[in-house]
Design a protein around this ligand. Sequence first.
Ligand SMILES: [Mg+2]
Length: 332
Amino acid sequence: MKLHWEPISLELKTTFRVAHGASDQRHNVLVYLEDGVGEAAAVPYYGETQAGIIEYLKAVPDLGDDLFDLDAVLAKRPSGSRAARSAIDEALHDLWGKKLGQPLYKLLGLNPKRLPLTSFTIGLDEPEAMARQAAAANHPILKIKLGSENDEAIIQAVREATNSKLRVDANAGWTREQALHIIPRLQEYDLEFIEQPLAVDDVDGYFWLKEKLKLQKIATPIFADETARNSRDVVKLAGAVDGVVVKTMKSEGLREALRMIHTARAHDMQIMLSCMVESSVGVTAAAHLAPLCDYADLDGPLLIKNDPYLGLQYDGAQFSLPTGHGLGVTKK
Ligand SMILES: [Mg+2]
């Protein structure tokens, strides 16, 4: 089985700013394995570039002839670009479903009607601008990006502008002390949870923070995103966080994302399924796992102007899975 690929440039509807930086465009790569398709999202703060992903793909050896031995095929991927490794895994799952003539969720034994609502993301900006965007979004669940000087003012302004459910994402933007200062102050805004308050490699910090918040009787759930890349990371975080954020671009595909989900469940952790700035290819691939998750943050296709594919469909915050074989995505 041979790979081929196509670089794509996704235009964002509004400048997307998080604690790590800002962008108006993202340069991803669609990866094809025979008829199967997957997407590699070049996320700048993960050190991935479109050129680096393509360099990686050029070095991938032939993936063998037995596509049904998924783990053996995936083991042939060289180490390197996580995004590219994820795209190969997605394309393999798409091809698997196409060969068997079934949508991926059916092959996984999942109920396509059991889907959480998705949040819509408001990127970092001045408090008033974020409040305006929150009101204009008119979406029942908003994910508010934090990690700036104005975090409390942002939540206050957004809360005044909308009655939507709010969850926040600090994207590793706080020190331990900053997190301990601000999290109790955010409690009154009735947040669903707070994502990635601490630095990416500060696993011990999550245990420290949990103890400190418990002493203050702060019950806002804490989720790990950047710190929880795969099932091994979930084990390290067990007991320290209430939930983990699963993304195929971190786990290097759907196969490991599934292991991550089951590992989190085994440790009584909640799961949010999320995405990067990705087209309908990558986000639909992830969405096939949504029946196993408590929360969804699958707004990638809603953030871009020029999605090259059709896949999951949105009716407000409720999305539905396509019923075509494999991932069920089709080129526009
Ligand atoms: Mg996050």
